[in-house]
Write a protein that binds this ligand. Structure first.
Ligand code: ACO
Length: 326
């Protein structure tokens, strides 16, 4: 039986930090409010000349080096992002160009914070089908470009970053064991970016009204996030024939420390079993779980033979969970 195993990971976080103290000077907020209500202490902001593909390339290079493969062994690139370099061509194609990998297929996945998991699930199916052998999955976001820096309800939450993984076909007993993805388009109004698409193209009016920035109903999103993430973990575990006790670590999307704690409570697991780095980066949408996976591996939280659970939730609404044996 062919499985898709993760043979290398990497991440890239832009140098510039924006602390809660910095935000106090920009909007009516406080370090105390942000820390208590979200768990975030700082986030990173891409340099003016960095687009999503630039961050993606840095993360991808590290994942390729970690996997110990030649970049030309990669036969498809999937990029998860809601902040593409431009509407088209795909950021995956820009990443392919900058990595100088010739001719291989490349496309983007848009599933907001669930993007990395969605891309992993697609890569898994492509490998298991026997059509592809080595897949570069990269999640990259420059959310600072779609953040309204005058809106205290959203600007304190987001940051920029990228994470990548190389998936490879294996007949050994490791890799992706199960995946579950879900969505509900009826919730399009609680988490969205209204303008710049075919529904509401860019105009002086849309720019004046700030419709090119993310809008979010925080409370409503919070409630659904907790419920759907817990449900996703249970479904993926059932598909894998496992119980939560067999999971070494849960790596969840990092939108709010209170959501992470509520998830741990619903899953009846100790918070120590949940990977947390929200304090350093805030919410990096699709990049969050990719960076989390890389940091958990690099930091020794998880190692070969461990079974881990990735889980995410985001705009769409979308949600999902993936069980992986390292
Ligand atoms: N600083 C100070 N006060 C603030 C701030 C701020 N940055 N933001 C809001 N407040 C105020 C509000 O105005 C409100 O004041 P009021 O009581 O006088 O009206 C009060 O704080 C409470 O506001 P709430 O919105 O109820 O605060 P809540 O505890 O819900 O926290 C938050 C807000 C952090 C946004 C939370 O709801 C949350 O994390 N939601 C989920 C976010 C999420 O999961 N996003 C998913 C993915 S994002 C993606 O897909 C791109």
């Amino acid at each position: 039986m062919i499985r898709a195993e993760i043979i290398g990971t990497g991440s890239y976080i832009p140098e510039k930090t924006l602390t809660n103290k910095d935000l106090e000077k920009m909007v009516d907020t406080s370090d105390n409010w942000i820390t208590k209500r979200t768990g975030i202490k700082e986030r990173h902001i891409a340099a003016g000349d960095q687009a999503s593909s630039d961050l993606a390339v840095e993360a991808a290079k590290k994942a390729i080096a970690d996997a110990g493969i030649d970049k030309d062994e990669i036969d498809i690139i999937i990029c998860a992002t809601i902040t593409p370099d431009m509407v088209f061509p795909a950021t995956a194609c820009q990443t392919q160009k900058k990595l100088e990998i010739k001719d291989v297929a490349a496309f983007d996945v848009e599933a907001a914070c669930t993007g990395f998991l969605t891309a992993l699930a697609i890569a898994d199916s492509m490998i298991v089908s026997g059509n592809f052998n080595k897949v570069l999955v990269v999640a990259s976001e420059v959310l600072s470009r779609i953040t309204d820096w005058d809106d205290r309800q959203t600007c304190v939450l987001f940051g920029d970053g990228a994470g990548a993984a190389i998936l490879s076909a294996t007949d050994e007993d490791r890799g992706i064991m199960s995946s579950y993805l879900g969505a509900d388009g009826n919730y399009d109004n609680i988490l969205h970016l209204p303008a710049g698409g075919s529904k509401l193209p860019a105009s002086q009016e849309t720019v004046k009204e700030g419709l090119h920035y993310m809008k979010m109903e925080g409370r409503e999103t919070f409630k659904i996030a907790v419920k759907k993430m817990a449900q996703s973990v249970r479904i993926a575990l059932k598909k894998a024939g496992l119980t939560i006790d067999e999971i070494k670590m849960v790596i969840p999307h990092q939108a709010n420390m209170r959501i992470i704690k509520a998830l741990a409570k619903r899953l009846k697991i100790d918070i120590e079993k949940v990977f947390v780095n929200i304090q350093d980066y805030g919410n990096m949408s699709a990049a969050t779980t990719a960076v989390g996976l890389d940091e958990a591996l690099r930091g020794g939280n998880i190692s070969e033979g461990d079974i881990i659970q990735l889980v995410a939730f985001g705009g769409g609404l979308t949600w999902g969970s993936i069980t992986v044996k390292i």
